[in-house]
Design a protein around this ligand. Structure first.
Ligand code: F6R
Length: 366
């Protein structure tokens, strides 16, 4: 059942190329230059005329929603807000029938997300679900939706569910961007071509496992870690920190890199590993200067960079290279090393990787 892997989490990390390919299937028709999603097509007016899209979710699914915010705004020029389902439902939110709510949930059973959907529906919003579990409560409660075809996710720490959620959100954003002409034919085509490469790029990226393991061995005894990223990779920093916390029980925080100097920089000393996403298109120069600030305070830098990077390589203590792609698609790649890192640290510390203490796979109580 674990397919030769020691843990479900490792199996699920390695399943990502296939899971994303399955999520593409029947939807991304590259030769015809179209994205076919009847759940979006049938409701195109609602999406295109929406005042805004509100994305709700919890935990990792909320992080996918944050990536969605960058995607929808950049590719389709539709305003987006992302909310924790638990906060949204209790703060008397202003919702009208001109709003579209996208609810994201792997299990489709999260109590707060389900309650947020019911509330949004009662105010007249159109509610679209992005779920993994077929026939789940959230899948049934939403007006329309798209399944992530990740297959069963057994490990409590979400991995392939996250990347397939981002995949679905990217497909929707591209489809809307094409429909409202925010994306030229040329840009749309280019994105589709780059999307198609993602599964094989992840496959290749998984070969960094031994390198990540070496880094894990060096930093496994850290008491605190920081994860920094900007733009599309800010949510990846949050997700990297969450993965480390939940399975290794090491305290970790994710921050947008520029926020570092507004507080967390006070924590930096030679015992503090800092994981920085510094891929080449995403505000690269700004991230490089953040890295220099950390170095001058003796912090240890582990940087995720684009293949062929030279500048960060010279300053960072360790670098992990990801293949080149469009900036908007980098979260699908930059996420992978952090999943592997958390996995290896948790194994080295003797933790129960698939069943971390105090956590449940689906949170059906608020
Ligand atoms: C993190 C994790 C949780 C879930 C959260 C939402 O690895 O698994 O943070 O992402 O409980 O769960 P779903 O997506 O099932 O609504």
């Amino acid at each position: 059942e674990k397919g030769g892997y020691d843990h479900f989490m490792l199996k699920e990390i390695h399943e990502q190329p296939k899971a994303i390919t399955d999520t593409f299937r029947g939807r991304m028709l590259a030769d015809e230059n179209i994205i076919k999603m009847s759940s979006v097509q049938d409701n195109l007016d609602k999406f295109l005329n929406a005042n805004r899209i509100i994305i709700v979710g919890c935990g990792t699914s909320w992080h996918a929603g944050l990536v969605g915010e960058y995607l929808f705004e950049d590719l389709a020029r539709i305003p987006v807000e992302v909310e924790y389902a638990s906060e949204f439902r209790y703060r008397n939110p202003i919702i009208t029938d001109k709003d579209v709510v996208i609810a994201i949930s792997q299990s489709g059973e999260t109590a707060d997300t389900l309650a947020a959907i019911k509330l949004a529906k009662s105010k007249g919003a159109f509610v679209y679900g992005v779920c993994n579990v077929v026939g789940s409560s959230i899948a049934r409660e939403t007006h329309a939706g798209a399944y992530t075809h990740a297959g069963p996710e057994i490990g409590v720490a979400s991995t392939k569910a996250f990347t397939t959620q981002i995949t679905v959100l990217t497909l929707i954003a591209l489809k809307l961007g094409q429909a409202n002409k925010s994306l030229s034919d040329e840009r749309f085509k280019n994105y589709i071509q780059k999307m198609q490469l993602i599964p094989s790029q992840i496959q290749k990226l998984l070969n960094i496992d031994s390198k990540v393991k070496e880094i894990a061995a060096i930093y496994k005894d850290a008491k605190n870690c920081l994860y920094l990223g900007r733009g599309f990779n800010f949510p990846v920093a949050l997700e990297g920190a969450l993965k480390l916390k939940e399975i290794s029980y090491i305290h970790a925080e994710g921050y947008p890199a520029a926020e570092m100097k507004h507080g967390p920089i006070a924590l930096i000393d030679e015992n503090m590993p800092i994981f920085v996403i510094a891929t080449n298109k995403g505000h690269y120069d700004k991230v490089v200067s953040n890295i220099q600030e950390i170095k001058s305070r003796a912090g240890k830098i582990i940087a995720v960079v684009t293949e062929g990077d030279v500048t960060v390589k010279e300053i960072a203590d360790h670098v992990i290279e990801i293949p080149e792609t469009e900036e908007a698609l980098t979260p699908l790649l930059t996420t992978i090393p952090f999943q592997l890192l958390s996995y290896h640290i948790a194994v080295m510390l003797g933790k129960n990787v698939d069943q971390p203490r105090n956590l449940a796979k689906s949170v059906t109580v608020e």
